[in-house]
Design a protein around this ligand. Sequence first.
Ligand code: AMP
Length: 605
Amino acid sequence: MTMRDVAYNLPFFYGSISRSEADEYLKLGGLSDGLFLLRLCLRNLGGYVLSVVFDLKPHHYPIERQLNGTYAISGGKSHCGPEELCAYYARDADGLCCVLLKPCLRPSGIEPKPGVFDSIREHMLREYARQTWNLEGESLESAIISQAPQLQKLIASTAHEKMAWYHGLIQREEAERRLFSGAQPDGKYLLRQRKEAGAYALSMLYGKSAYHYRIDLDKSGKFAIPDGSKCDTLWQLVEYLKLKSDGVIHVLREVCNNPSQPAEPARPPSLPPNRLSAISLACNPDGYTPEPIGGRRILPMDAESYVSPYSDPEELKDKTLYLKRECLLIDEVELGSGNFGCVKKGVYRMRKKQIDVAIKVLKNDNEKSLKDELMKEAEFMQKLDNPYIVRMIGVCQAEHLMLVMEMASGGPLNKFLSSKKDQLTIENVVELLHQVSIGMKYLEENHFVHRDLAARNVLLVNQHYAKISDFGLSKAIGADDSYYKARTAGKWPVKWYAPECINFRKFSSKADVWSFGITMWEALTYGQKPYKKMKGPEVVSFIEQGGRLERPAECPDEMYELMKKCWIYKCEDRPGFEEVENSMRIYHHHITQKVSTDDKVSENT
Ligand code: AMP
């Protein structure tokens, strides 16, 4: 998985170059009015700088990525990406020194310069997910796919721990001893931690003397030398001070290596484990976790149910479809109900651990058809093992027939969203929908059709972790078939069904894609009912006539475009989940890249 900058393909994007390098390129380009280039901002994660020539001089405008994922030059209009922003200023100067007239193209053979963090990010992401959550194989891959943006933020803020210039908690005297050992060039430097929480110091040599500068963390979470420029992370501050002696006596030149920092590729930064459990505990029973201030927020992988209950081979030894009644503790609390009976809360004791479970209890064991249905659902679920799908633990035949599943205590997505409308961002909703698309891609790859995908059947483990549930209508598609054909029409969720399901009883993954589009609409309206006042047959003729659900009020363009693709009439022309998941992933990453930037600073490099 390679995460490229969204601007990577722009021919006038230079990546992580300094202001003076930008000036050089613009000089080479002829310094004509309106000549411009785009580069990465060295101090703000996810930000850029637009460099424009006017009156033979380059002018530099920092572009910040804002909390809602849009980009803006301080005081200017917001745009959905750096490319769109440049296109806008090519039409209208709107406060800039002049309109953008001519892109200063990268010389051939020169690629955008990677930032320091780019080269170690991927390795760190993988190692971090592997070690912190003990993940391997499929689970590791899906963790990285769905959580890359959040993990990146987390890792960016601890990446300095892996740098050779970082010496950890040492005293000023020890710092001086290390600086004065060996050669003593101007600009030899190291960074150390101070005793006070969140405080650091930069120590450096100049003219054979040692200088020490405090680095403080301000209220908005940015690092700065007193009176110096602010940076999102410590490693960015160091990169910045290598280019400009802003507030310090000399630019940083030579690393004073930490003797205990191994010269091997970056290891993952470590979070104290107790911080994780504190966060898990802070999660309310309804799955809602207020975002911790300054701390790290809970990720799906922190949930016990992220890892398969059977990932430990010991637990697999005596795994059968049927569970022993004495291992099952049933609570009186009802989580929900359906026409089969009710769903209760419980605990299931495995060989080595206990897990929270939800138990579907059949109310009338004498009704054979219901019993058959529940058994079919169980047999189907037994084949599934994916972090974004509710796992079945087994079936228990005791006082009633019971289907035991892992617990998703946040309940159905539609209810959750309508009750938390004011607290949940679009970014959060997109994150959950992306997870649903990962789970659906898994079903598609395994030739299963869900046939009842809807927001009511997406359950939440917590605010940032969704799982697909309710496999009562699901089917496996035969090896030689591309769809399942229902013998008769039944009690169907018509508003979620594609035209070929209604007209020909044909169910393929493409039909599930249609339902995914409706689920997206439900989620992005924060739990509204689709086609509100219409009855089933009215919806069918509305669709036949080319009608589609309207764009939800707060829905980003990209998400409505994807919904409309999911509702392409002919299933052959509709995308599959591979494409849908890819679009969701790109958009999810796009809107979550930036560490919060609530205080805008102008770049004065
Ligand atoms: P179902 O008939 O499968 O849609 O289940 C009915 C209701 O029971 C759901 O809407 C949920 O509120 C609840 N429920 C079902 N499965 C679970 C689960 N695995 N964890 C938590 N609640 C569940």
